[in-house]
Design a protein around this ligand. Sequence first.
Ligand code: G16
Length: 544
Amino acid sequence: MTIRTVPTTPFAGQKPGTSGLRKKVREFQQPHYLENFVQSVFDTLEGAAGTTLVLGGDGRYHNRAAAQTILRMAAANGFGRVLVGRGALLSTPAVSCVIRRSGAFGGLVMSASHNPGGPDADFGIKYNIGNGGPAPEKITEAIHARTQTIDAYRILDTADIDLDRLGSHRLGEMSVEVIDPVADYAALMESLFDFDLIAARIASGKLTLAFDAMHAVTGPYAKAILEERLGAPAGSVMNGVPLEDFGGGHPDPNLVHAHDLVEKLFGAAAPDLGAASDGDGDRNMILGRHFYVTPSDSLAVLAANATLVPGYRDGIRGIARSMPTSQAADAVAKALGVPCYETPTGWKFFGNLLDAGRITLCGEESFGTGSDHVREKDGLWAVLFWLNILAARGESVGDIVRAHWARFGRHVYTRHDYEGIDSAAAAELMAHLRASVPTLVGQGFGGDTVVLGDDFAYTDPVDGSRSSAQGVRVGFASGARIVYRLSGTGTEGATLRVYIERHEPDVARHGLDPQEALADLVTLAGELAGIRARTGRERADVIT
Ligand code: G16
């Protein structure tokens, strides 16, 4: 086995986005493309020689081939050991868990998350640091800088190893351990939640559930934990076999894409809890019987009920949410007397707050919820948290959320996505907003007054790093908000996201459809940005 140094030239556009590098599979399959990026990651790391790297992915098309290349490159770059999930599978939260449990130097996650999979769809790769979380901006920027100057990569000349059998292999000087992708993660979950209580409630028939794995990575995790350990009847996990193209679906757990589940939960004989997770297992959607829980509300409800769960029995230290996420969690934090931090979109911004012990729970409107147990958002963890609350309270999801709104008021919320729009038009729209919203301050709209108009900037309270241009905000005296930002995870054109929120204290109005309750703000949001004129779109493609 010899180490080859292969000459190469930079590719443009290898800039990690909101969560790593995401591109079309075809782009990743170009000779040297993956290798350049991986070598750039390795070149950026200091002190990695002889250490452990964790490797896994969501099972999408190109996952296995990429894993073999990365293993050969890790061996040629001096890592001592790689822990790789069987079948090259590991959910994103499981990568985080394994990094932390094994004391690894870091890890590589092969995933394009909720984006579709297959030869004509998407692939991605992301580097996570030793705390188990996504690399912070200073590292992703250094990786990007390196991709622009790279002239060679190192790779070991060797045959593929068998990734489908647990066990150890040697690749040159490096050892490779093929690990059970579920074991460590399941043990961590069992240490946080009252599995016996949940299992007893399921056994009594008083708690029924359906979990849609969307043919993505959480299938094996959900079967092992929900069906085998907690005793949910076989079949409670739907679409549980990971497929390279996710069965042709879009593994994004929302009301549009998780349609099998939505049908079930809004049909006759619906179970008590419905949940779905995404391609790599870090997102979650929670449904009750005929009831949808927004991710923003879910974070707030988990925070308000945390002491019912063994792992959080002593209470929470603080909460963080991304800026476009509704302010429902802020109200809970206030009632609990703990801080609530507002960060830019992207899980990486929670890492410092979690490491410093300033927060226990965090979440995002983009179907992400998590805690200090790992450094990624965690889909199945959120489902187990809900199951634990349901088992402890013995009430329905709908009743729990309605009681929450009665106490804190309802933060009525919606997100409108305009997908695949022309990138130049999208950039122009944002530039127009940046320039125009500060001038709105003081103006009145429908009985409310604009008190804030800016482009969100964040100073990390732990390390002082600053991130600017994180989304345009229009805030009203009533607390209502309109937020605009461009997605950082798409691979085709641009996606404009418009987030709209209004606080509704009146219980009599809590049952209103958010689209109705927010119709005036939706119209205003379109007008302020000139969405129709600038994008040619009459309405959003996805509304959640
Ligand atoms: C990623 C990040 C999330 C972030 C989301 C936003 O999610 O991990 O923290 O909220 O992107 O996506 P966008 O920029 O498209 O709004 P994931 O699940 O794709 O890794």
